[in-house]
Write a protein that binds this ligand. Structure first.
Ligand code: ATP
Ligand code: MG
Length: 138
């Protein structure tokens, strides 16, 4: 699936479309530079499941939990350097909690997708100041 968006709201809308396909236990692994729109995309996923509070990158907290149905667990691995550090965050305990797991900066952990059951990859590329190309695979 490929979406071309030209505003943050369009990226949120694209994420809402993907969210229709997501099931509890699915993991969404983002790649894309700073400011690509990973957090906005996560906001759209959480919105689809009824979460309307602010959504921000959990860069320091590592994980934000959004209390919707199913819950959305929003990770940011910007400060995580390897598998050992990822284990220490409790990441793998979240896999059995029946939520949707969204992971910013998944490129920091090469091979992460191979450790997971049901993975969607979402690569967001800047095509202009407000242009984004969003490439989704599963
Ligand atoms: N089409 C678009 N889709 C999403 N965001 C856009 C778009 N056009 C412009 N923007 C802007 O790009 C920025 C995206 O920010 P966002 O926090 O979602 O990125 P991010 O990939 O999570 O960055 P970080 O790696 O720093 O967490 C916002 O400032 C937003 O207003
Ligand atoms: Mg972010």
């Amino acid at each position: 699936m490929i979406y071309e968006t030209s505003s943050p709201d369009e990226t949120i809308a694209a994420a809402e479309k993907l969210a229709e396909l997501l099931r509890p236990g699915d993991t969404v692994l983002y790649t894309g530079e700073m400011g690509a729109g990973k957090t906005h995309f996560t906001k759209g996923i959480a919105k689809h499941f009824g979460y309307t509070e602010p959504v921000t990158s959990p860069t320091f907290a590592i994980v934000n939990e959004y209390d919707c149905d199913p819950p959305v667990f929003h990770f940011d691995l910007f400060r995580i350097a390897d598998f050992d550090e990822l284990y220490a965050t409790g990441f793998f305990d979240y896999l059995d909690r029946g939520g949707i797991i969204c992971v910013e900066w998944s490129e920091n952990i090469p091979g992460l997708a191979d450790e997971l059951e049901s993975v969607w990859t979402v690569d967001i590329q800047k095509t202009g100041e407000n242009g984004r190309k969003i490439i989704i695979n599963n």
